[in-house]
Design a protein around this ligand. Sequence first.
Ligand code: PHE
Length: 336
Amino acid sequence: MEHENIVIRRGTRSRLPIIVAVHSTALGQAIGGCRLAHYPHWRDGLTDALRLSAAMSDKAALAGLPNGGGKTVVALPPGRTLDQAERRDVLYDVGDVIASLDGGYATGPDVGTGPDDMVTIAERTPYAFCRPVSAGGSGDSSVHTAAGVLAAPRAVCAERFGSPDLGGRSFAVLGLGRVGTHVLRLLAQEKATLVAADIDESRRADAGDATWVTPQECLTADVDVLVPSALGGLFTPATVPHLRCAAIAGPANNQLDEPATAALLHDRGILWAPDFVVSAGGIIHATAVELHHETSEQAGARVEAIAGTLTEILRTTGSTPLAAARAKARRRMMGE
Ligand code: PHE
């Protein structure tokens, strides 16, 4: 067993499975968002929580934070919707489980939750990041995650094409959720050539001047950088042979189905920026502002440091970026 603590509790109010996985507190309080999503079976939600919380430990360590990794997953049965009262019940149930961990773990927004939900959780436990600024928190983390995401293609382009300039480079942004939409907008400001897709056709309205394509076309687009911004598990032995991008740098968590897929990308000459490095902007900003009382500007400078970390990882010779990143995370966890 790799995890320190796994709590699975049927919510007393919602009767839904609430899963909190604490992977590690070796460096300090475990942090990681609260995912409210549909799963075929709650055990699939558990599998997701275990993998996502382990990735959060690497993410926090590589971001230089005195924190470990954890994750909350509320597994909704297929097709289940929540009205306002039911949603509040779920969030109270989440808050109670977090409260039972006595500060060992703090949550934040993730797929399916946002800053307002953190206010509700905070009615049951103080350990919820990213409440709106008006409610005393550091606000929506997705803009800061997106800022960090942009530091990644700069580092990747500098390594791959010899210049960090994004203007004139082509990108395929797959997934226009909260982070993906910001990333697309930032790339448009840089005058990049853009292709975008989402499984939800209604998101087309957020694509601006980007060329709208199907998710499959986006995944296999002939671009400089593919930016996975939706759910994980995109890269598998079945999909990697079809990729036509030169590099991959995006915020989606757990992009590889298995660690071994990193070698398949490497063999195809595709530079993969580890997702847990690329997507650290949100936790970096939230902890800097809420725990260390830095200004948003000071926190922003820390987010930019993602580029330096990534460059170091991409320049490690003789191993895949995944192996290099994990080795670096492990060294940090051992106190080096
Ligand atoms: N969704 C965020 C992540 O995966 C979680 C988070 C954001 C946690 C901000 C705490 C603070 O990194």
